[in-house]
Structures are given as structure tokens and as C-alpha cells.
Ligand binder design. Structure first.
Ligand SMILES: [Zn+2]
Length: 416
């Protein structure tokens, strides 16, 4: 008899179970949430053991201390996965927020020493304790809003030694985090002053830091901001080659503001994901589709800064797996939580509500190389489960800002 220590029953259950084998959902399955009316999900020791409908959970053997919840009139679905955040920073950017509404030029702000450089200074000046406390609070806030897996990048250190400091702080926050944390070394975010005339030297030093990253197991992926006038494809090629050689995954900030061929490059190097991609060319989109690489759409910066949002229909039509992320960062996307990203994914990017839910769960899990571990309510996966205080999950996209997250379980433990 199957034993369970957690049972959520009577719900509108969204399993997001794959039709056959697990792979990112594309084309007609991009909005398939696999609903079960009067459904249940059971877990044991942090992993899902079974799902079903009606009273068929009677055949489970509930252990003595089992938690049993009646979720009648509610939606039970996989925990949300946020595959792209910059949570590791100190200092807010109120002035910049106030002055560059309506599409003020990010690259001009950057060239004037503002933007990211303000955050780099504030983070460098903050003590380890301060940064760690901020990280822990932000991870907790994400969990409260339904996130059970979150990616966190370094990237506000710029120089290798400061990047390593941030990665070590993220590792500390990960160690006692209530949810799963995927750490990324954002090795090339902007060029710091000492390297103004030596882009190649900067990349060389970032590559040098990879030895420490792998020796201390500080990150599972390496990222770069591939953009006109920041780092171009040729600049980052040696960095990504070295990362892959070291056994790390790679992901890119690709074609966010200009088409620099980064989406096609992501496909060529078998990146784990290509993120932003608002200006990806048709050729770049076709290349992502052929390689099956998720495009992570980040509507937050379009909303806050006024950029053109990525057009989701271009990616769905081409059968590119689409994921959504908060892109939480103090400069261009200070938004909190995946429900807001889902709502913006629908209103700004053109996803349907169900496509946005797929994009924020199983496809986002694939964007983090975790497509077989979380993102769907399937036996054997981590018991990352969300209970919504509504009987229609589309409300996530429709009633933006509504407090719909009622219960959050990460690895079978209630975290919010
Ligand atoms: Zn980003």
C-alpha cells in the first residue's frame, strides 16, 4: 500500500503531467495544464507519491502524523518556478525609477555611470550580514507568493573577486532556504571601470574565476548580458566555452534591446535557456525551436521601463518552449513574485492564462534544468505544491495583485 504524509484532496487539480515523456511544452500543449476535477495529490518524505480523483485516495496508507487538507473550491497546482532573478543586491534606485519612466534609454543611463553601477557600489559597501539578510528576506517573500524554485544570479560585483563574494553569500542563503535555489554566476553583466579599454582582459579574468566557482561548487550555470555595446557574441564565446568545459550550464541575456544574434548563438552552444529575447530575429527563434531551448520572457522590464515587451505569439507559433520569470532586480524590474509575472505575461506578452501557468511552472523548471524534478504534480517529483484561494486558476492572470496564494508546500513542507 502506498504511504503518504501529505494529502490535498477535493481540489481542482492542475497536474501539468506530460502526455508521454517529459519535455518542455510547445505548440498545442503549451497551454495544457492537465486539470482534474475533484482531484487529489499525495506526498511522502517530500516527494509526490500519487494523484487521482474522487475518493480514490482511500487506498493510500496515511502515516500517523499525516497532514490532510480539504481543498474543495480551490485550485491545487505545482509550485511556481522563477528561472531568472537578480536577488543579490543592496540599495534601491528610486531616482532612476522616477526619472526614466517611458522608455528612457537603459544604455545611456549605463554609459553615464548610473544604472547597474549604482547597485554595484551599494552592494559592495553593504556588509555581508546586510546582503545575506536581504537575500533571505527576498527568498521568503518569493515563497510567500508561491515560488518553490528560484534562480538567483550574482552580477552586481562585476569584478571577479566581488562576484565570488556574492556567490558565497548566495550559497549561504541557499543552505537554509525553505525553497530550492538555483545559483548562476552572471560573469559578464557590465564592464567595470578598471577594464574600460580591455574587454578581452575582463572576460579572461571572469574565466579565471570559473576555477573557484567549480572548486567551491558556487554555481550551476554561467550567464552573460549579450547586448549591443555591452558584451557581444564574440566577446562571450570564450567564457561560455570555458564554462561548458567546466561542466556548468550556460544561459544568456539575449537580444533584449537589440538583435545581436544572441538567440541563434544560444541555440548553437546548447544554452540552458535564452532570456529576454524581445528582439530575437526570426532566424534566432527558429534556431531556439530546433534546439528545444526555452525562451524565458521577462515582461517586468517592459512594464517598469516601457520597453517593447517580447511577443509571446512569435515563440509559441514557432514551437519554442516559453517560460516566464520575474527578473526581480532593483533597476528595471523591481516586481515581486511570479503571479505578477504571469499577469504581465498575459497582458503584455500575449500568452493565454494557461500558457502563462505552463510558462511559470514546468517550462520554467526546464529552463533551470529541473524539468524532471519539479513543475508538475507527477509521482516521483518533489512535492512542490501551491494551493490557490480560487476555483479558477485563470484568476492569477486576471485579478492582478489579488492575494490568491493560500498555501505553499516545498518538498512536502508547508513554507507559506
Ligand atoms: Zn536579468
Amino acid at each position: 500500500m502506498t504511504e503518504a504524509d501529505l494529502l490535498l484532496r477535493g481540489a481542482r487539480l492542475l497536474t501539468l503531467a506530460p502526455l508521454k515523456e517529459e519535455h518542455p511544452r510547445v505548440g498545442p500543449t503549451a497551454g495544457d495544464v492537465g486539470p482534474i476535477v475533484n482531484g487529489w495529490v499525495a506526498a511522502r518524505d517530500g516527494a509526490i507519491v500519487a494523484t487521482g480523483h474522487g475518493e480514490s485516495h482511500d487506498r493510500l496508507q496515511l502515516v500517523e502524523s499525516a497532514v490532510v487538507r480539504n481543498a474543495e473550491g480551490r485550485v491545487v497546482m505545482p509550485g511556481l518556478v522563477d528561472p531568472h532573478t537578480h536577488l543579490c543586491y543592496a540599495g534601491e534606485r528610486w531616482e532612476e525609477f522616477a526619472t526614466r519612466r517611458s522608455g528612457a534609454d537603459y544604455l545611456a543611463v549605463l554609459a553615464a555611470g548610473g544604472g547597474i553601477h549604482a547597485t554595484v557600489r551599494a552592494t559592495k559597501e553593504a556588509s555581508d550580514e546586510t546582503v545575506l539578510a536581504l537575500l533571505r528576506r527576498r527568498i521568503g517573500d518569493a515563497a510567500e507568493l508561491g515560488t518553490t524554485t528560484i534562480e538567483i544570479k550574482s552580477g552586481y560585483g562585476l569584478e571577479a573577486s566581488e562576484e565570488l563574494r556574492q556567490l558565497r553569500l548566495i550559497a549561504q542563503a541557499k543552505a537554509d532556504a525553505p525553497i530550492d535555489v538555483a545559483v548562476t554566476y552572471l560573469a559578464a553583466h557590465a564592464l567595470p571601470a578598471p577594464y574600460t579599454d580591455d574587454r578581452a582582459g575582463f572576460i579572461r579574468d571572469a574565466r579565471g574565476a570559473l576555477d573557484t566557482v567549480t572548486a567551491e561548487k558556487l554555481a550551476e550555470a554561467v550567464d552573460a548580458f549579450v547586448e549591443k555595446g555591452v558584451f557581444e557574441v564574440d566577446d562571450v564565446r570564450p567564457l561560455f566555452a570555458a564554462a561548458k568545459k567546466a561542466g556548468l550550464a550556460v544561459s544568456l541575456h539575449a537580444d533584449q534591446l537589440n538583435d545581436v544574434g544572441a538567440a541563434a548563438f544560444a541555440a548553437r552552444i546548447h544554452a540552458r535557456s535564452a532570456d529576454h529575447v524581445a528582439h530575437a530575429s526570426a532566424e534566432g527563434i527558429r534556431a531556439l525551436a530546433r534546439a528545444g531551448i526555452p525562451a524565458v520572457l521577462l515582461p517586468g522590464s517592459a512594464f517598469f521601463v516601457g520597453y517593447a515587451p517580447p511577443e509571446a505569439r512569435r515563440f509559441i507559433a514557432a514551437r519554442v518552449p516559453v517560460a516566464l520569470a520575474s527578473d526581480h532586480n532593483p533597476g528595471t524590474s523591481p516586481l515581486e513574485g511570479m503571479p505578477t509575472a504571469i499577469a504581465l505575461g498575459v497582458t503584455l506578452c500575449g500568452l493565454t492564462p494557461h500558457e502563462a501557468i505552463v510558462a511559470a511552472t514546468v517550462n520554467a523548471a526546464h529552463a533551470l534544468g529541473r524539468g524532471d524534478r519539479t513543475g508538475a504534480l507527477v509521482a516521483g517529483r518533489r512535492a512542490d505544491i501551491l494551493v490557490l484561494d480560487t476555483d479558477d486558476e485563470r484568476e492569477l492572470a486576471y485579478r492582478m495583485g489579488a492575494p490568491l496564494v493560500a498555501e505553499v508546500y516545498a518538498s512536502g513542507k508547508r513554507v507559506a
